[in-house]
Design a protein around this ligand. Structure first.
Ligand code: NI
Ligand code: MN
Length: 225
């Protein structure tokens, strides 16, 4: 699977069979000006929670691609009411899609829509496709629940927020990678706003000191696992 970083918490995941976009926030991201929302191809749109910096471009991408939204029940219902296809899930549940499986995992955060309406409980995803398994934590604090994930899933990559202030920061992300039993980490949810700016080299070295790899992709750059 090919994973492209589109800034903030937005990832494009291309599997052999389908293309998935996670938490599209592109048109409002000053760091992602070179990314064109209209050029995105996505069969599925996975949403970890309802905050603006995770859902801003959902409607345009869904309309352009006739995509299916995968998220919690409340978020999927919100978009179904606007005529968009959806597959509702809730914490702990898994489903086999044509490209592979998705499990919706718990996160410690909040999940209101931009107008303040209820966006269900926030989450993350374990995605299995093409014999690879990745965990996308979503916006979350470090949580002991992460210890449960490797009991069921052998992760090839963990995508963790590292920007601090709204989510866990570097030190907690290192502990999270212990809980997850995964030493290959893709960092996200950093630098977009003043509250979450990080020192890249320092962050990479902090992981390295614990024999872990922190990958920080430039926007539009990819890694293949
Ligand atoms: Ni959030
Ligand atoms: Mn966020």
């Amino acid at each position: 699977m090919k994973i492209t970083f589109l800034g903030h918490a937005c990832l494009l995941i291309e599997t052999r069979r389908s293309s998935l976009i996670i938490d599209p926030f592109i048109s409002g991201n000053p760091l992602a000006k070179e990314v064109s929302v209209n050029s995105i191809k996505a069969d599925y749109i996975l949403l970890t929670h309802a905050h603006q910096d995770h859902i801003l471009d959902v409607e345009l991408i869904a309309k352009n691609n006739n995509s299916t939204i995968v998220s919690n029940f409340e978020i999927v219902t919100h978009f179904q009411n606007k005529g968009i296809n959806g597959h509702p899930m809730n914490h702990g549940g898994s489903w086999d899609f044509p490209f592979g499986s998705i499990t919706y995992t718990p996160a410690i955060h909040t999940s209101s829509f931009p107008d303040g309406s209820y966006g269900g409980q926030p989450g993350g995803f374990v995605i299995k496709a093409d014999d690879q398994c990745i965990y996308i934590a979503g916006d979350t604090a470090l949580t002991y629940d992460m210890k449960l994930i490797p009991l069921r899933h052998r992760l090839d990559l963990a995508v963790l927020p590292i920007g601090d202030n709204f989510t866990m920061g570097i030190k907690d992300a290192i502990i999270a990678s212990d809980f997850l039993n995964c030493s290959k980490i893709l960092g996200y949810h950093y630098d977009t706003f003043g509250f979450i700016e990080i020192d890249h080299l320092k962050a990479i070295n902090q992981f390295k000191e614990q024999q872990k790899e922190l990958i920080l992709l430039e926007i539009s750059k990819s890694l293949t696992i």
